[in-house]
Design a protein around this ligand. Structure first.
Ligand SMILES: [Zn+2]
Length: 254
């Protein structure tokens, strides 16, 4: 757990900053039951990353969808935003946070009430037709049959996530990097900083002189070279305390 001076120092930065960007990774969603890719219990201890390549998906969409369902959609079905997601939403409502840039594909920032969310790796909650490009909400299509098919043309749907052999989602990438270049503080939460190019975002912010506040359970690729204020602990414990230190009303309960 971070000491209170860490919280107090971070709150002081957020109070005086003109534009603050949050940059989040898998660590913020672990408490919501979304398994991370990396680390001891990460998905990559059980699966090969190539199973999340577009080529693999196109080779056998039905098999790929069964895999996606197991690792992503089943955990997502029972997942709700946690106090860390809600704390970021309350910071935005209070005018203390300009936007959230996230590497997560779970949609939990929006579910928590965050309005400006740049989803660098796309989202599981939208599906796109491989044939006609029509985009539909997961809630409308459903995953009753795999692979799910397009209501308009019958084509196979893909999740609107970024597969490993694809570039970052647009306009999320350009919006997020513009926000990083224009912020004077960046709040890095629950990310190792090892996934590129998304992980470059805090570097862009720091190059422009932004103060880097980091909340992670263990030091990351940012801690030594980049971070100004390191708050060690879980996002669900620390972000609500940070919001409270800014005298924000507690976020609504689930
Ligand atoms: Zn279609």
């Amino acid at each position: 757990m971070a000491d209170e001076p860490g919280i107090t120092g971070a709150a002081a930065v957020l109070r005086t900053a003109r534009r603050v960007l949050a940059f989040t990774g898998a660590g913020i969603s672990v408490a919501s039951g979304i398994p991370p890719f990396r680390g001891e219990d990460g998905l990559w201890t059980r699966f090969d990353p190539s199973s999340l390549a577009l080529d693999t998906f196109l080779d056998d969409p039905a098999a790929a969808w069964r895999f996606l369902n197991e690792i992503f959609y089943l955990p997502l079905a029972g997942a709700a935003p946690n106090p860390a997601h809600r704390a970021l939403a309350s910071l935005e409502r209070a005018g203390r946070l300009a936007a959230v840039a996230t590497q997560n594909v779970d949609g939990l920032h929006r579910a928590a009430g965050s309005r400006r969310v740049h989803e660098l790796h796309g989202t599981l909650r939208r599906l796109r037709c491989l044939a006609c490009e029509a985009v539909s909400a997961l809630a409308d299509s459903g995953l009753g049959e795999l692979p799910p098919t397009c209501r308009l043309c019958g084509g196979i749907l893909r999740p609107e996530i970024v597969f490993f052999d694809e570039g970052l989602a647009e306009p999320a990438r350009s919006d997020a990097f513009a926000a990083a270049a224009g912020c004077d503080a960046i709040l890095v939460v629950g990310t190792s900083g090892e996934v590129l190019p998304a992980g470059l975002l805090p570097w862009t912010a720091a190059e422009q002189g932004a103060t880097v506040i980091e909340i992670n359970t263990v030091p990351s690729a940012y801690t030594e070279p980049l971070t100004d204020l390191f708050l060690q602990g879980s996002a669900t414990a620390l972000l609500p305390r940070l919001a409270a230190a800014l005298d924000l009303a507690p976020p609504p309960a689930e």
